[in-house]
Structure formats: C-alpha cells, structure tokens
Ligand binder design. Structure first.
Ligand code: BT5
Length: 326
C-alpha cells in the first residue's frame, strides 16, 4: 500500500490518530506525515488537526482516488492490487488493453471519471458522464480455455448483483448475458473483451459500467425510458468510492471462485438472480434469431435454449428479448 493509502486506512480505522503514531507506523518523519496530510487536503479530504487528538478524517470528497480505493481494501488476492484513475479517457478498456500489451500483471483496475468513447458490445455506445458513475476495467490473465470466457461475465454479473443488494430498496436482476436491471431498466452493463490463442487466453478485459448517481437528465432522451441509476431507484445518493471498494472485493472473490474450479457454485448464485432462465426468449445473434425456452447455463457458462423443435442450443452471445406467451 502507498503511504497515502496507509494514512487514509489509519484515519478511517480510529476516531483520530496522532502524527507521532502515523510517523512510527509508516517509518517516516512527522514532517513527512504533515506534508502527506496537506496533499490529501488539497485533493478535498477534510482532515482536522488538533494538538491533543491528532488527525481526524471529517469528510471524504466524491472523487475516485487510487490511494483512497486501496485504503478501503484489505486482503484482496488479485483484483484490486493496483488502481489507476483517470479524469477522462476514451474508454477504460483501451487503457487496460495498453497495460496488457505493456505486460502489467493481472488485477489492475482502471477507473475514469468520464469516457469520451465508452463502448458496449458490437460497437454500441456507452454513455459515461463525469463524476456520477463507475466506469472501469479490469485486466485479467486467467488460465482458462477461451471457450469458457463467458465465466467471467457471469462472475462479474454475480459480483455486481451482490453489491447492489446491500443498498436498501434495490432489487437487481440479471438479464443474460451482460445486463443488470432494476425494475426492468438497465443500471449496469458488462463488456468482456479478450485476446486469445486457440487454446489459451492471453489476456481478458472486463469492462463494467454502472449508473450510480445519474439523474434522469444525465441520460440522453433515447435512454431515459430504458436506463436508470442506483440513485434514481434507491432515492438517495450513493457513496461511489465505498461501492467501488465493495465491488472490487466481490469481483476478487468471484474471480477466485472461477479460477479455482468452483464455477458451478457461482452459476447457482447467478441463476437465482437471472430473469432470463425459465423464460420464453428470442435471441438475436447477427442475422440469426433463435426462439425457445432458456433452460440453464452449461458448464462453460453458455445459455441452453430449448427451441420450438425440441433441440437444445448453446448460446454464447447475442441480444435477448423475453417473449410473451399466451
Ligand atoms: C454493455 O453493452 O452493456 C456493456 C457496457 C460496458 C461499459 C463499460 S464502462 C467501462 C468500460 N469501458 C468501456 O468503454 N466500456 C466498458 P451492450 O449490451 O451492447 O449495451 C449497450 C446499450 O446500452 C446501448 O446501445 C444503449 O442502449 C444502452 N446504454 C448506453 N449507455 C448506457 C448507460 N449509461 N446506462 C444504461 N444503458 C446504457
């Protein structure tokens, strides 16, 4: 952990902590502690200094800050060992791709306060206004076969749902393969991109977009009826950094479940929250459309759909619509 992350973690733990305690815990001088506190203040942290009590953290700004995120995590195994935060970028997936090519180790999480070219699947646009969402990507190098890469989308959806359920009043559903909905409206999307050889995943980028504190007016007109935010649905503003830390912990936990061969356990949790399984669906994959009943996930994370002709089809991508049956 960086010095600033350790200072923030210490301030968060106790009511107040003295400069001498911090200096000795971090093996730096009291003057150096003071300089770091000043730096944190300049970023918007309200830290009170009193001669008797020491330093007290009064207020944390609503910004994403790598040291702050690090200070909120303890004992993550892979995801969240390293953070990079950008004010603005084209797409956090582009940054992750660059880091992958530079040989950066897996687990790094890249956040941006806003994206100018946020993307969804098939070149669709992902709206990413500044300061109100969580737009981030994770670089991973899992030792799994390329055909099982859907596991990662399933893992991410499960981790997101578990985090959203901690917010009072929020009941999220998963719409296969990559949408999280609340009351039928999209609140988050997942974009999984990979670079692979025939039998080996070189790297994989999990891009996640969450509408956290967006108001209706932050969304373009064409999305206002089909998208929502955690703030709109819960009726209150959400602490983005706290949610981000919880998500990263969940993602780390679920990544471990996938890489240690416990996908079946994860799939069971996913199915509990997925509204697609058990429904009559229509799935559009390019110029092909399949109709049938979504029955379950198979061992690779593909959706098994029983067509009208009784055949079981394995579906690994596409856009799903629930069909009304009469
Ligand atoms: C997705 O694609 O849902 C994947 C979205 C992934 C976004 C993250 S943000 C961080 C990382 N960096 C990126 O550049 N991307 C990832 P798809 O299933 O194709 O859905 C795209 C559709 O969702 C669009 O065509 C719109 O209809 C809708 N949409 C766009 N922006 C939205 C938003 N902010 N909230 C809800 N729906 C949105």
């Amino acid at each position: 952990m960086t010095i600033d992350a350790q200072i923030l973690a210490a301030l968060r733990k106790g009511n107040s902590v003295s400069g001498a305690e911090l200096a000795s815990a971090l093996s730096i001088s009291r003057a150096a502690v003071w300089a770091r506190i000043e730096e944190l203040r300049s970023l918007g942290y309200e830290i009170e200094a009193s001669p008797h009590e020491g330093y007290t953290l009064r207020k944390v700004p609503d910004v994403l800050h790598a040291d702050d995120l690090l200070s909120r995590l303890h004992h993550v195994t892979v995801i969240g060992r390293d953070f990079r935060v950008f004010q603005e970028t084209t797409s956090t997936n582009d940054i992750a791709e660059k880091l992958a090519r530079d040989g950066v180790r897996e687990g790094v999480v890249i956040f941006a306060e806003s994206q100018t070219k946020g993307r969804g699947r098939l070149g669709r646009k992902w709206v990413s206004p500044p300061g109100k969402g969580l737009w981030f990507s994770i670089l991973l190098r899992p030792a799994i076969p390329p055909q099982s890469v859907t596991w990662m989308t399933i893992a991410a959806a499960t981790a997101l749902v578990r985090a959203f359920r901690t917010i009072p009043g929020i009941k999220p559903d998963i719409k296969w393969p990559n949408d999280i909905l609340i009351n039928g409206k999209k609140v988050a999307g997942i974009l999984t991109e990979m670079s692979a050889e025939l039998d080996k995943v070189r790297h994989l980028i999990l891009g996640i977009g969450i509408d956290v504190n967006l108001e209706k007016s932050d969304l373009p007109a064409e999305l206002q009826q089909i998208a929502t935010s955690l703030r709109i649905e819960s009726g209150h503003k959400i602490n983005r950094a706290e949610l981000a830390a919880l998500l990263v912990r969940n993602l780390d936990h679920d990544y471990e479940r996938v890489t240690s061969g416990r996908f079946a356990e994860l799939a069971e949790e996913w199915e509990e929250h997925c509204t697609t399984v058990g429904q009559e669906v229509e799935i559009i994959m390019g110029d092909r459309t399949i109709q049938g009943r979504a029955e379950a996930l198979d061992a690779d994370g593909a959706l098994l759909v029983r067509t009208e002709h009784g055949r079981l089809e394995r579906i690994i991508g596409g856009d799903v619509r629930t069909r009304k049956t009469t």
